[in-house]
Design a protein around this ligand. Structure first.
Ligand code: 13P
Length: 250
């Protein structure tokens, strides 16, 4: 049985006081959630404090990005090892906002995946097509290329520690969600590509999350599909009640 996961990507939102308050609300409501792995990905600055505040909670922490370098003179960057040492167990890698605004290529993303795994972090690897790519019917090709160039250099053992998030770029922050059929179709495709490249067992054990305007109203329909194992949630993860409703939508 693969893990069900609901992860909140807080992006660059919330001052410390607001962030602490949201964390406490999620922590309290999260006690009612079972059988689902909850992960919060706050701004990296907050991880260390959050680790303390989450004592005795099953909620896990992740960062939103890490450097492709191990350490050294990279002003402003944060190393995977640092993230781990502050108490996180996950890191989002290859988010479309990083790909487009910070020019992260598949090759850079592959390096980040390596750093994350070397630091014992589980990467949440994001992939997804632009609207124009879907309109040109290239969405499967684009996602397959992102997987092959950013992730499939991993061996059978390491790929087991990776969570995949399918986030169609046109659905992120737009209020336009992929239909359950579109999401399921792509998730099944990703699982097939995993099976063809690795093994059936690896494909079956890999959690594949959907992200892109997933909210308290549409999560149930999305999560009821056989290949959708949860969500990577942006906007709706900033409201404790909505985030927890999503976590209870399986
Ligand atoms: P929204 O849920 O705000 O569309 O963001 C999705 C996302 O980018 C999660 O990483």
């Amino acid at each position: 049985m693969r893990k069900k996961i609901v992860a909140g990507n807080w992006k660059m939102n919330l001052q410390l006081d607001e962030a602490k308050q949201l964390l406490q609300e999620i922590k309290a409501l999260g006690k009612n959630v079972s059988d689902v792995n909850l992960i919060i990905n706050p701004p990296a600055l907050y991880i260390s404090l959050f680790k303390e505040l989450l004592e005795n909670s099953v909620i896990a922490l992740g960062a939103q990005n890490c450097s492709e370098h191990e350490s050294g003179a990279y002003t402003g960057e944060i190393a995977a090892q640092m993230i781990k040492s502050c108490g996180a167990n996950y890191v989002i890698v290859g988010h479309s906002e990083r790909r487009s605004y910070y020019h992260e290529t598949n090759a850079i993303i592959a390096e980040k995946i390596n750093r994350a795994l070397a630091a014992n972090l589980s990467p949440i690897f994001c992939c997804g097509e632009l609207l124009s790519e879907r309109e040109e019917n290239n969405h499967f090709k684009v996602v397959e290329q992102q997987l092959k160039e950013g992730l499939f250099h991993l061996n059978e053992k390491d790929i087991k520690n990776v969570v995949i998030a399918y986030e169609p770029v046109w659905a992120i922050g737009t209020g336009v969600t992929a239909t359950a059929e579109q999401a399921q179709e792509m998730h099944a495709f990703i699982r097939k590509v995993l099976k063809d490249f690795y093994t059936e067992a690896t494909a079956q054990n890999c959690s594949i999350l959907y992200g892109g305007s997933c909210n308290a109203s549409n999560a149930k329909e999305l999560f009821s599909n056989p290949d959708i194992d949860g969500g990577l949630i942006g906007g709706a993860s900033l409201k404790a009640a909505d985030f927890l409703t999503i976590a209870q939508s399986f």
